[in-house]
Design a protein around this ligand. Structure first.
Ligand SMILES: *Cc1c(COP(=O)(O)O)cnc(C)c1O
Length: 462
């Protein structure tokens, strides 16, 4: 009997013009490669990887229009035309008048933290991001997580697990005083919670609280377009608004933003900060010269700024962001069909495997997520990364490991890079490991760098 159409599929709003061949490897090859890499997928050579889901940071495929922009980038040291083109787009789409380019997101975090934080201050935020929190701590602040409790439960279906618990904030304000909190560090979606969005309602409640308390708000707008998409899909009153309208409205309560352009903007390098605050802008421009380069290039080539400007126009196209998040959803739903434990709801940029549930026979100190990401690589050449105890680092005061509730493997999707067939191969590899999971042994850490240990730490099989 002929098959009936149940649901119509969607497909990407682009076709492929240039391809990059990838190397096929054997299991024996990969066993050797991961051992040499200290069972850390960050230390593998990319040419030994088949499907690279390590990160979506700077790994995006640019459009023909962005590549065309690369040719007409203005490489002047001072006052580059590409700088002004980009500034115009930042004003138009993020709604902030002042703008300083930086070589990537953490450089903007560095400048913002240096300008706004005094030693002894407290920064409250919705969970944390690795580089963000580190720069805040290096500037002398203590970071306090004020995300809602639901965010720490991978099986909780709350639609906005990136939301802030204003009672937690209020408690902190009562403890330390509003004067010790230079700004609230808000992100959306929250990467470490599994790419979970924050709602407009929550932002507006937070803003009401902060206005009363006299506390400023800054937004990590690296993935703000993904957040805007979730708002459009999930939050009452936003279905008929465009992504661009939601993005701008979302940022109204904030004094400023920092952005890694390597995500939403679909380029390979770049970042910036933007603000409504003239004083912060003047200081940032000045510090930019010290750490990045003149404030009209901020460590970037003119062509990079040109590609960013064009990326901003593309990132707010509905079909572009729908295809991006739709691909992540496709992968997540398919994993669930095999009964594989993942963080739900499925996030915006990545699918997160719940390694505690996947490998319940391993203790957290045997690094279940680190182990699972190494095993996936050995099975199929697919590279994911750890987001668990290794990423959480050590408590800056006591020196103990931080033991996060979430012990996850992140499979992150570069924008416009892989096809549905690549995802099928990935899912089947993980399903195979899930069948054989009892045989998987844990790891011990044999080298631990002082900062951001997940990047360079080394492990051996137990
Ligand atoms: C990637 C990222 C950063 C850091 O940006 P880089 O460009 O990697 O320095 C900060 N915040 C979030 C939410 C990110 O995803």
């Amino acid at each position: 009997m002929a098959k009936k159409i149940v649901k119509r599929s969607w497909a990407e709003p682009f076709k492929i013009k240039v391809v990059e061949p990838i190397k096929m490897t054997t299991r024996a090859f990969r066993e050797k490669a991961i051992k040499e890499a200290g069972y850390n997928t960050f230390l593998l050579r990319s040419e030994d990887v088949y499907i690279d889901l390590l990160t979506d940071s700077g790994t995006n495929a640019m459009s023909d229009n962005q590549w065309a922009g690369m040719m007409i980038g203005d490489e002047a040291y001072a006052g580059s035309r590409s700088f002004y083109t980009l500034w115009d787009k930042v004003k138009k789409y993020y709604g902030m008048p002042y703008f300083v380019p930086t070589h990537q997101g953490r450089a903007a975090e560095h400048l913002v933290s240096k300008i706004l934080i005094k030693p002894g201050d407290y920064i409250a935020g919705n969970m944390y991001f690795t580089t963000t929190r580190l720069h805040q701590e290096l500037a002398g602040a203590t970071f306090v997580d004020i995300i809602i409790d639901e965010a720490h439960d991978p099986q909780n279906h709350h639609q906005f697990k990136g939301n802030i618990d204003i009672n937690k904030l209020d408690k902190l304000v009562k403890e330390v005083g509003a004067k010790k909190i230079p700004y609230i560090s808000v992100a959306g979606p929250v990467n470490m919670a599994g790419g979970q969005p924050i709602s407009m309602k929550n932002i507006s409640e937070l803003s009401a609280y902060c206005r009363k308390a006299g506390i400023k708000m800054w937004f990590d707008a690296t993935r703000a377009v993904e957040n805007a998409y979730f708002v459009k899909e999930r939050e009452a009153g936003y279905a008929d608004k465009t992504i661009a309208e939601i993005l701008k409205e979302m940022l109204v309560p904030f004094d400023g933003i920092w952005v890694s352009a390597k995500k939403d903007l679909m380029v390979n390098i770049g970042g910036f900060l933007a603000t409504r605050n003239k004083k912060v802008f003047d200081e940032a421009k000045n510090l930019c010269v010290v750490y990045e380069g003149l404030h009209t290039y901020g460590g970037l080539a003119g062509r990079d700024m040109e590609a960013m400007a064009r990326g901003i126009e593309e990132m707010v196209e509905y079909d572009t962001i729908k295809a991006r998040i739709g691909q992540v959803e496709y992968c997540g739903l398919k994993l669930m069909q095999y009964g594989i434990p993942i963080v739900e709801p499925i996030g915006g940029h990545a699918v997160f495997l719940d390694a505690k549930k996947f490998l319940p026979h391993l203790k957290q100190i045997q690094f279940p997520a680190q182990t699972l990401s190494a095993e996936i690589y050995v099975d199929s050449g697919v590279r994911g990364m750890e987001r668990g105890i290794v990423s959480a680092g050590r408590n800056i005061k006591t020196g103990d490991h931080n033991y996060p509730k979430l012990e996850l493997v992140r499979l992150t999707f570069p924008r416009r890079v892989y096809t549905q067939a690549h995802i099928d191969v990935t899912v089947e590899s993980i399903a195979q490991l899930y069948e054989d999971r009892k045989k998987i042994r844990g790891l011990k850490m044999v080298y631990e760098p002082k900062y951001l240990r997940f990047f360079q730490g080394r492990f051996e099989k137990l």
